[in-house]
Write a protein that binds this ligand. Structure first.
Ligand SMILES: Nc1ncnc2c1ncn2[C@@H]1O[C@H](COP(=O)(O)OP(=O)(O)OP(=O)(O)O)[C@@H](O)[C@H]1O
Ligand SMILES: [Mg+2]
Length: 231
């Protein structure tokens, strides 16, 4: 089993730290939910893992090796995929063309469609014509087509109703079951906890509840409430 491990990771943006001293471990085949209020630093942390921005302290290990000196592209090649907050599909391209960007070949596209049968029906449609839920399904499929070892997901539900987002949850679980380690940042906390193996809470740039079984947070909603209320 492989791990994505953060040890005391801090990130600065502009003058000050936006997140400090984060320890976490994502294991292959498991989902770790990272939840916390707006501005907690979740996006910044994910961006520092994939190399969109620099970290300022600590270490990030992929399969036991530090990836800090690696560029974003090198991290991606090493098996790290990142679904960025607010980033979407290429609307003027068809579903197939969007998938080809990461699947690289028709065979690769066919393989991904095996796990995303709903997209198969829309394969030659311009992506702009897909519903919001289908577009996010495509975002997920495109990341899966990269055959990542670890997948960082930042607020896939943005702009979606909970019932629409719920249709994506089994797909995320299926990706994890295939052996991918998933770090899931999600505003619909209860939905994220429902599919996560482990969970942790960040608030105001710090870990306010360390990584542990997701069921602990489900059973103690007061811990979550305190983080969201600034307690
Ligand atoms: N590009 C930027 N430059 C400077 N500061 C930034 C930048 N992006 C975010 N910040 C600041 O960093 C802090 C953490 O923001 P971040 O977006 O990482 O939080 P978040 O937990 O993802 O929030 P949300 O739930 O709203 O997505 C905030 O105070 C924010 O204002
Ligand atoms: Mg964010």
């Amino acid at each position: 089993m492989s791990e994505l491990k953060l040890i005391g990771v801090s990130v600065k943006r502009g003058a000050g730290p936006v997140i400090s001293g984060v320890d976490l471990t994502v294991r292959s085949g498991e989902i770790l939910a990272l939840v916390g209020p707006n501005g907690a630093g979740k996006t910044s942390l994910l961006e520092s893992i994939s190399g969109v921005i620099d970290h300022s302290a600590g270490d990030i290990l992929l399969g036991g090796e530090s990836i800090l000196k690696r560029s974003r592209v090198q991290r991606s090649r090493a098996g790290l995929a990142h679904i960025e907050q607010g980033r979407a599909i290429f609307p003027s391209l068809t579903v197939r063309e969007n998938l080809l960007l990461t699947a690289k070949s028709d065979a690769g596209v066919a393989e991904v469609l095996g796990s995303f049968p709903e997209l198969e029906k829309r394969i030659d449609a311009r992506s702009v014509l897909l519903s919001g839920g289908e577009q996010q399904m495509l975002v997920l499929a495109r990341a899966f087509a990269q055959k990542p070892r670890f997948l960082l997901i930042d607020e896939m539900s943005l702009g979606l109703a909970p019932v629409v987002f719920m249709r994506l949850l089994p797909l995320i679980q299926q990706i994890a079951k295939s052996g991918v380690g998933v770090l899931l940042v999600e505003q619909f906390t209860h939905l994220a906890l429902g599919i996560a193996d482990e969970a942790m809470v960040v608030a105001s740039g710090r870990v306010s509840h360390p990584q542990g079984p997701a069921s602990e947070l489900v059973e103690h909603p007061d811990v979550l409430r305190a983080a969201y209320l600034g307690g």
